[in-house]
Design a protein around this ligand. Structure first.
Ligand code: C2E
Ligand code: MG
Ligand code: MG
Ligand code: MG
Length: 274
């Protein structure tokens, strides 16, 4: 009976693998044309100050609505795009789209946008030229644009990647470290890069509920970041309790379903009267 169960487990497992493989292939083949076909769009999630509950910025999060597969999560297609190299073109599209869609809002309100970058995009100086061109075309101060790069990618960053980050910083853009605290024991990189903001990963935020020691951990992270002159954003804040705890710990900003899920820009504009 156990053997049978194992067999069934394996059957289900291999079906799952086959399905993922198939999805991987579809993503690989169809992502390049998905942009032209208008299947990609951006949602935005507010990042809110714990002091006055005002929106500081909107994080752009890409979505792919595939005609047959439905919504393909970015966690899936971004990693594929990073492997195939499509991320460079995709990233450029995201940047242009976000700046174009938000430029009016940015000019009328003291609000910025936050854009996720992959290390692969920090390869060529061409990327810098594109960013500068887009920003000047829409007349947006560079200080209103924050770029997020994950801790994982920062740790593995090349000299060229770092060089481009330094140049972005010199031009006045802000740099945030995304998903902080997810599996890297070395902290020395924190002083090697020009980082303005540290985003604590939601796994750590969630862990506060399980164990009071984890609240101490979050407190220590916030204190460390402040000592290094960085602002802190807590990711994935879902409850009033988490929000209040983070406020007491002097976390600067929160982002999460508690305040708002990622939403269409028009909805946010109405909701937040931006
Ligand atoms: P991320 O940059 O850390 O984005 C935060 C993710 O957490 C988003 O998932 C968001 O929808 C989700 N989230 C926000 N608040 C909550 C909450 O309260 N609870 C829970 N459970 N989840 C919450 P999403 O949109 O699926 O994006 C996943 C990841 O894909 C992003 O993680 C980012 O690494 C990547 N990604 C998304 N858009 C882009 C993009 O335009 N460019 C690049 N390079 N990567 C992107
Ligand atoms: Mg992010
Ligand atoms: Mg994150
Ligand atoms: Mg994440």
């Amino acid at each position: 009976n156990l053997a049978k169960e194992k067999e069934r487990e394996f059957y289900l497992y291999s079906k799952e693998v086959a399905k993922q493989f198939e999805v991987g292939l579809i993503v690989r083949e169809q992502l390049p044309s998905a942009i032209e076909k208008g299947q990609l769009y951006l949602l935005y999630q507010p990042i809110v100050s714990t002091r006055d509950v005002r929106v500081r910025e909107l994080e752009a999060l890409v979505r792919w609505n595939h005609p047959e597969l439905g919504n393909i999560p970015p966690s899936l297609f971004i990693s594929v795009a990073e492997r195939t190299g499509d991320i460079v073109r995709l990233g450029e599209w995201i940047l242009r789209k976000a700046v174009r869609e938000c430029s009016e809002l940015i000019k009328r309100n003291p609000v910025g946008i936050s854009i996720n970058l992959s290390a692969k995009q920090l390869k060529e100086d061409e990327f810098l030229e594109i960013i500068e061109a887009v920003v000047s075309e829409y007349g947006i101060p560079t200080g209103r644009i924050q770029f997020e790069i994950t801790e994982r990618e920062l740790v593995e960053a090349t000299a060229e990647n770092i060089n481009i980050l330094v140049k972005l910083k010199d031009k006045g853009f802000s740099i945030a470290i995304d998903d902080f605290g997810t599996g890297y024991s070395s902290l020395s990189y924190l002083t090697k890069f020009p980082i303005d903001t540290l985003k604590i990963d939601m796994e750590i935020i969630r862990s506060m509920e399980e164990n009071l020691r984890n609240v101490d951990l979050v407190a220590a992270i916030i204190e460390m970041a402040h000592t290094l002159g960085m602002d802190v954003i807590a990711e994935g804040v879902e409850t009033e309790k988490e929000f209040q705890t983070l406020r007491l710990l002097r976390c600067d900003f929160v982002q999460g379903y508690y305040f708002s899920p990622p939403a269409k820009l028009e909805e946010l504009r109405a909701m937040l009267s931006l």
